[in-house]
Design a protein around this ligand. Structure first.
Ligand code: SF4
Length: 308
């Protein structure tokens, strides 16, 4: 099994290990504030799918300083990517957001920005800001697609259709500078078959994108999905089945696309199902083992599973 991992990609660019620091830009989401919908995507937690982000009451330099202290307790690092993770980080006053992105970049150890958002929430002005930033630093734009199937998107209340996603990908691909697009995909929606999931993966592989984040569906406390699950539990893949399927998924991803994540990353404290996903080390080892076995079977290059 061969694929490009985030750590390899960062090493190629920066020549060393780089840590992503989750920050909070203080945004909300149009799928929560009533612009596109209320309540958000049914799997989204109250923290806007960013359980590990910093305290939003602090300004960006203070968030960064705190997070860096935590990372440095575990390992020596001098390069960071400021990751604006939770909610929709291009949604809001563009000048205010630009100031926050620039505040992160003013730290000499921050070598890039990763900005998670929705494809329907990038204004013309924001595209220009992103392009300007990409002239000065590395910028990753993360788009939450999850699936190409409209019926699934309606089921989980995504609040935009595939054409909005396609337009954003196209627009981002035309921006100059060091800008890469990462697409988020979720596997194991109970309303999808594995063939449908693979259709999403193959579709993404044909796009002008540079990265993908794959997650298995996590049922988190205090979400609409948790209510559905408690009313009528639906089956979720166990670890062996998921890893087996993941191998097929990875085989269907274009080889130059960087795989940033392979499982869900919900906060353990809020995780209802599947519980195996909470044991990250075990899951990572099992994925590495399985990929290694497949490499022996297929004679392809093997690279260890990336640490998230
Ligand atoms: S678009 Fe993102 S932040 Fe908004 S509700 Fe959906 S998952 Fe949550």
């Amino acid at each position: 099994m061969s694929y490009r991992s985030a750590s390899e990609h960062y090493k190629e660019i920066f020549g060393e290990k780089v840590y992503r620091i989750a920050l909070d830009a203080g945004c909300t989401c149009p799928n929560r504030d009533g612009t596109k919908g209320r309540g958000g995507c049914i799997f989204c937690s109250g923290s806007g799918s960013g359980e590990f982000a910093a305290d939003r009451t602090l300004d960006v330099p203070a968030q960064l300083a705190l997070a860096k202290t935590r990372v440095e307790q575990k390992c020596k690092s001098h390069k960071y990517i400021a990751y604006f993770q939770n909610f929709t980080n291009t949604y809001g006053d563009e000048e205010t957001l630009k100031e926050k992105f620039e505040a992160a970049l003013s730290d000499p150890e921050v070598v890039g920005l990763s900005i998670a958002t929705r494809p329907d929430s990038i204004s013309e002005k924001m595209y220009r800001i992103l392009e300007d930033l990409a002239q000065k630093t590395y910028v990753w734009i993360e788009l939450g697609l999850q699936t190409i199937h409209e019926e699934t998107a309606v089921w989980f209340h995504r609040g935009y259709d595939l054409s909005a996603f396609e337009q954003a990908v196209e627009r981002l691909s035309k921006l100059s500078g060091h800008l890469e697009t990462i697409v988020h995909v979720i596997l194991d929606f109970p309303v999808e078959t594995k063939d449908m999931m693979l259709e999403t993966i193959r579709y993404c592989s044909n796009l002008p994108i540079q990265g993908i984040k794959i997650a298995n569906l996590n049922v988190l406390r205090d979400t609409e999905l948790a209510v559905l699950f408690e009313q009528k539990p639906f089956p979720l893949m166990d670890m062996d089945e998921y890893i087996d399927f993941l191998c097929t998924v990875v085989e269907n991803i274009r080889e130059d696309i960087v795989i940033y994540r392979m499982t869900g990353d919900g906060d353990k404290k809020h995780l209802i199902a599947p519980l195996w996903v909470a044991n990250k080390r075990m899951v990572r080892n099992r994925i590495t083992q399985e990929f290694h076995l497949r490499k022996i079977e297929q004679g392809r290059n093997f690279r260890p599973c990336p640490k998230e």
